[in-house]
Design a binder for this molecule. Structure first.
Ligand code: UD1
Length: 418
């Protein structure tokens, strides 16, 4: 079993390049299935979730070439609309292929993703939206069979919650819809804008991406395109939390400043300093961070749930008490007992509120990554802890952070993978 071993105490110093965004890459790779022809996707991160998405593309008949961080995909021979359970299970976000396959073939057969480490994660909003677009959906033996026998209809779709995945599935399915599709209360995340930008290059007309109302008009035929994935704002916040936990000053290259707007104020409240030099973030941590009175995770442009665990790791050693409320997922505090093993004083109230009493020092321990961001949080905490920490089950971290130990050791951390 692979593990990461950290000997804490080295302040971070130096510069690191930011990887491409996982949450952009996955829906864009699904969109590749909907677009007939060759697509060239640059800045595609080397992650197990991306490999899983590429396996799905190969399974449905696409030819894939990976050259460093560029994926060249020829989808002109795609001829299958079923995704076997074994591939669906490799990555929960494979549900985003549903809309893409419907757009391409008018048919899709996938297995229900079910719950995952961070919560139940139902897909009712995805399915209701697709039904309203004239897609017939039946569920049998854990498989979802979806068919648009009379074609997909556009129209008005109002989401009761701005779900990222549901917004993406609607955008993808609408690529072969009759007429305009208007999504109200759409997710506003930068990854939605990135997907829209790729689909526009493939021929679609889309306005309002990044706002609450998105208007989508599909082209006669969606064709492949060349695109560069945006950088990963969540991994940027991971490096910031690592530096805040260990102390020091780092530069993160490739950031998009406005993507970090919801995150920076929390780090500033903790006493960290951020300066931008074009697409480079210069981040300086104080010798000990201050508490942040209250943090609530919210849909974009609120504070992201994906940065909650790593910020909690930073605040575990803050001066004073911080309150973190998780509003998006119901099971996203699984890193708390692991941080407690390292000496953190954190209690969870009502399942969704964490009271973090900052301690003066954390100590090394043997801990287990329970999910992707929770696992990165343990690494962040370990960098600022006294002694040796062993983080197990690091396959969770590899889903979303590219060779985290290499980036951090380049910044001066004593960290290795075994
Ligand atoms: C995406 C991100 C994930 C991030 C999350 C919220 C990807 C690959 N993953 O996940 O990293 O944490 O956005 O920013 O982009 N919900 C329903 N019914 C639905 C859909 C969602 O009840 O049909 C609920 C979910 O259970 C959750 C909340 O809505 O409680 C947010 O989910 P959603 O925005 O859909 O997140 P994902 O797209 O799954």
């Amino acid at each position: 079993m692979k593990k990461i071993i950290v000997n804490g105490g080295n302040p971070l110093c130096g510069s690191v390049d930011l990887q491409g965004s996982k949450n952009s890459a996955l829906p864009i790779l699904a969109a590749v299935a909907a677009a007939d022809g060759i697509s060239v996707i640059h800045n595609c991160p080397d992650l197990t979730d991306v490999t899983a998405a590429l396996k799905i593309l190969e399974h449905i008949g696409c030819k894939i070439k990976r050259e460093g961080h560029t994926v060249i995909a020829d989808s002109s021979c795609a001829n299958r609309f079923d995704i076997p359970e074994s591939l669906m299970r490799e990555m929960r976000s494979s549900i985003v292929f549903l809309g893409a396959l419907l757009a391409r073939f008018g048919n899709a057969s996938v297995s229900s993703p079910g719950g995952c480490e961070i919560g139940l994660r139902p897909i009712d909003l995805h399915l209701n939206a697709l039904r309203s677009m004239n897609v017939q959906i039946s569920e049998r033996g854990g498989r979802l069979n979806c068919k648009a026998a009379q074609g997909i209809n556009g129209g008005n779709i109002s989401l009761s919650f701005p779900s990222v995945g549901a917004t993406e599935n609607i955008m993808l399915a609408s690529m072969s819809a009759r007429g305009e599709t208007v999504v109200t209360n759409a997710a506003r995340e930068p990854e939605i804008i990135d997907l829209a930008s790729f689909l526009q290059k493939c021929g679609a007309k889309i306005s309002g991406a990044g706002q609450s109302v998105i208007r989508i008009n599909p082209p006669e035929k969606l064709t492949g395109a060349e695109h560069t994935i945006i950088s990963d704002r969540i991994v940027a916040s991971t490096f910031m939390a690592c530096a805040a936990s260990a102390g020091g000053k780092i530069a993160v290259s490739g950031v998009v400043r406005e993507h970090l707007d919801p995150i920076i104020p929390v780090f500033e409240a903790a006493g960290c300093e951020s300066d931008f030099n074009g697409r480079e973030l210069i981040f300086k941590a104080p010798s000990r961070v201050s508490r942040v009175k209250s943090i609530r995770t919210m849909p974009y442009p609120g504070f992201p749930t994906d940065s909650q665990a790593i910020v909690m790791a930073m605040l575990a050693k803050a001066k004073g008490t911080s309150i973190i409320t998780e509003k998006i997922f119901e099971n996203r505090f699984r890193h708390v007992p692991e941080l407690v093993k390292m000496g953190a004083d954190i209690r969870v109230e009502d399942g969704c509120v964490a009271v973090v009493e900052g301690v003066e020092e954390l100590h090394g321990a043997k801990v287990t990554a329970c999910d992707l961001r929770g696992g990165s949080a343990l690494v962040a905490a370990a960098l600022g802890a006294a002694g040796k920490t062993v983080v197990e089950e690091i396959h969770h971290i590899d889903r979303g952070c590219e060779a985290i130990e290499k980036s951090l050791s380049a910044l001066g951390a004593d960290i290795k993978r075994e």
